[in-house]
Design a protein around this ligand. Structure first.
Ligand SMILES: [Zn+2]
Length: 262
């Protein structure tokens, strides 16, 4: 599943090429034909990301909500737009570029009230300037659930996925199985700062590299695939060389170094 940085990056990149344009909208696959007909020819004013959700604001207060889910993908075409192939739920064509959306969990027209309800269910998003980390601290500091489950719970913190969960907790030496309420305020503040930094890095680079240049011995852009994380999908810890354990936590595989995070 894409993590928040992918969604924010998609919003930024699509804003660059589509915002301000009267877009041609269509649903080549047909499953969003009514919505596309409503949007066709309208000006796309802005695209905003919140956690893993995207909101497309069109003129006349029309609002499109997209959630990629596990399988959703965007494809951007600059210049000539190829004839549609396969299951394209939504195609938006602007002056200079087009964006195809395939396989999303949600692609729907919503009202302002729906948006408010949706946002009310989400915790603060570390990539948003208006995020209020205290809301996440309130939940975490009172919870007996594992911190590894809490940071991926979108109602606690919006946008953190499986890779950043493993990596952020690792660099802070926090075991994912610790109860949320066992974290000190200092540990939480460090965790918030770390996910902010990691997600912002990922948003800029378009990929996840959590290992530092010092630890890798090469610039971060040159770290080979498979060596870009400390414990995520590693068998030995890239900080200390010790064994990495992995187990199911909140429905997803979790990784930790028992010695660094003991
Ligand atoms: Zn270690």
């Amino acid at each position: 599943m894409p993590e928040g940085h992918t969604i924010h990056r998609a919003a930024r990149k699509q804003r660059e090429v589509l915002a301000g344009d009267a877009v041609q909208a269509s649903s080549p696959q047909g499953r969003f034909a009514d919505g596309a007909a409503l949007l066709d020819g309208r000006v796309l004013k802005d695209i905003e990301a919140y956690g893993k959700h995207l909101f497309y604001r069109f003129e006349d207060d029309l609002l499109l909500h997209v959630h990629l889910g596990l399988f959703g993908r965007f494809f951007t075409h600059k210049g000539d737009v190829p004839p549609p192939r396969g299951a394209i739920r939504l195609r938006l064509i602007g002056r200079d570029a087009a964006v195809d959306l395939r396989g999303p969990t949600a692609c729907e027209m919503i009202e302002g009230d729906d948006e408010a309800r949706l946002l009310a269910r989400l915790g603060p998003d570390p990539l948003r300037a208006d995020a209020e980390p205290d809301r996440a601290w309130d939940r975490i500091s009172r919870s007996k659930r594992e911190i590894g489950a809490l940071v991926m719970d979108q109602s606690v913190m919006a946008g953190v996925g499986n890779v950043y969960r493993a990596e952020a907790l690792h660099v802070l030496g926090i075991h994912p199985s610790r109860e949320g309420r066992s974290l000190s305020r200092e540990e939480f503040d460090a965790l918030w700062a770390t996910v902010c930094r990691m997600l912002a890095d990922g948003e800029r680079a378009g990929r996840i590299v959590t290992v530092s240049a010092e630890d890798a011995g090469v610039p971060r852009s040159r770290i080979p695939r498979g060596e870009r994380t400390y414990v995520y999908r590693q068998s030995s810890c890239r900080s200390c060389g010790g064994p990495v354990s992995s187990w199911d936590l909140a429905g997803r595989r979790s990784w930790a170094c028992e010695s660094c995070q003991g």
